[in-house]
Ligand binder design. Sequence first.
Ligand code: HEM
Length: 337
Amino acid sequence: MTTLVARFRIVVGAFALLALVIGAQPVSAQQPTSVNPEASSVKEDQLFQELNRISGRCSIPDQKACTIEQPAGRDWRHFHQVVLPWIGAIAILGMLGVLVLFYLIRGMVRLESGRSGRVLVRFNVFERFVHWMTATCFIILAISGLNITFGKAVLLPIMSAEAFTAWSQWLKYAHNYLSFPFTLGVILIFLMWIVGNLPNRVDVEWLKEGGGIVGHRHPPAERFNAGQKMVYWVVVLGGAAIAISGYLLMFPFYLTNVAGMQTAQMSHAIIGMLFIAVMLAHIYIGTLGMEGAFEAMGTGEVDLNWAKEHHSLWLEEEKARTGPSGIQRQPAATPAE
Ligand code: HEM
């Protein structure tokens, strides 16, 4: 009898030990396989949609901080982390690809009649100052903006965390402070060049003939051709839109609620990416794309033959306005080497 009780004890002890081992397994291993983890998250998502947001109670004055999550916020996060980088990469790399291809096929638009040795003033000192001030601000705003969108993915892996933090912090200051001279530049560009950038019939003919860039013809143009007018309006309208949305972001919640902030951020970022793509084309034409074009904004003077080929109607106007003396000037002497 004693042996029977002892054996019974051993069996019970073994079962108890087994139960203990099973019970000690990690929680995840206990999950019954029949439960679909997706199903619970769908329910959670439905709940979010129905309740609209998850908010709690908080004692700080800014009650917006009590909202922890809302459906629009998650849509916005997806835009910022997935959609925006794609839009930016396609717009900017796509434009670079098109320009490289265009350069390989068309090459530089040459001054077909060569240089005459005589020049005329195209942009005065003030115009050039405004152009370069706005352009410099634009380039730094573009780099600092792109750092917000792509920096973490592209630079953080190749920099130390400290270096990336310092770089991003300085770029963020630059983005904030340079927005002011940039906005001033856009306003001055608007006022300075509005006369000369209103579309007219000459533009239609110019466009029909491919602007002399696509083919080898030189359609007549006034001071600004249709292509330059388009760039002007992109700068004025794009600049206004990016400044308005940018200041809404810089001074959050003064004029908008959360939804307005999200719209401002999305518009700002998309306009920024497209703006950069258009300006790449502008920079290309002003440098590699066309012989003699850079001088217009560099020294402010262009060769007479350049004016004849690209802005024949403007040249006529200038001749009539200034008399021959206005276009008889010799180019500024090049310094001895
Ligand atoms: C008046 C001019 C501008 C103002 C006031 C402004 C303001 C701002 C502000 C406050 C932010 C948010 C920064 C943050 O999240 O900490 C931002 C982001 C950004 N800005 Fe600007 N900005 C201006 C011009 C520009 C220009 C000219 C460009 C492009 C050429 C640009 C491109 C961007 C980009 C790409 C972002 C990042 C978008 C993102 O990934 O969230 N901005 N800007």
